[in-house]
Design a protein around this ligand. Structure first.
Ligand code: GDP
Length: 218
């Protein structure tokens, strides 16, 4: 059996890309769906959480990263993903699909309950290495994204903006949006300076995102 490549610790882009490709091709298994704090799994492995408004393309992105079609369910109705879903990747990293914020079919009270759990998770998770904050590249950050950024700054949770659905955007539109977003993020203490531009549909940015996230694996 071929031995596992080691995480790249230097600036060698090719090695980082290869390690990302390898890690995200490993077995990815569902470990827990938590609807209450006591249902959160033990914080044993480094975790990366995915956050964003409902319909931002979160399930599609997690599926594209792991090369699976049905890992995270792609919702037909916005807000259907209601709990924190934990997926273990190759015994090295855990991917956490947070509930999308925004309108929830379950009703307002229930939506507030879920977001309280997500907020609590973001604040108190010792093994949380990074939050990917997904932002629709056509819409830019909204009020709730900004509130989430502020909460993560306050809790000193590292986060990185990931633009989704880039295939829907003309290159010149992206060239306008990116500098503005980077300038905004520069004012946030816990934000990663690099913005990832992705499309689950055409695969743009998926390999670089895998490479970036794989550097956080244990
Ligand atoms: P979630 O609610 O954030 O998990 O979003 P989903 O992954 O369920 O996607 C919401 C909608 O956006 C679906 O209709 C997807 O087909 C669409 N979508 C997701 N990713 C992309 C993308 O990269 N490009 C395009 N054009 N559409 C996408």
């Amino acid at each position: 059996m071929a031995s596992a490549p080691q995480p790249a610790t230097n600036d060698d882009d090719a090695a980082r890309t290869e390690f990302g490709r390898w890690l995200f091709a490993q077995e990815c298994r569902f470990v827990a769906g938590a609807a209450t704090p006591d249902a959160l799994p033990a914080p044993d492995l480094p975790e990366i959480a995915f956050a964003g408004r409902s319909n931002v393309g979160k399930s599609s992105l997690v599926n594209a990263l792991t090369g699976r079609k049905t890992l995270a369910r792609v919702s037909i109705t916005p807000g259907r993903t209601q709990q924190l879903n934990f997926f273990e990747l190759g015994g090295r990293l855990v991917l956490v699909d947070l509930p999308g914020y925004g309108y929830s079919q379950a009703g307002k009270a229930k939506a507030a309950e879920w977001s309280a759990l997500a907020r609590r998770y973001l604040k108190g998770r010792p093994n949380l290495r990074r939050v990917c904050l997904l932002i629709d590249s056509r819409l830019g950050p909204g009020e709730q994204d900004r509130a989430t950024m502020a909460a993560m700054d306050a809790a000193a949770v590292n986060y990185q903006a990931v633009l989704t659905k880039a295939d829907k955007l003309e290159a010149d539109a992206l060239a306008k949006i990116l500098p503005a977003l980077k300038a905004e993020l520069a004012g946030h203490v816990a934000a990663h300076p690099e913005v990832m531009v992705t499309s689950a549909r055409d695969g743009t940015g998926i390999a670089p995102l895998r490479a970036a996230l794989a550097t956080l694996a244990g």
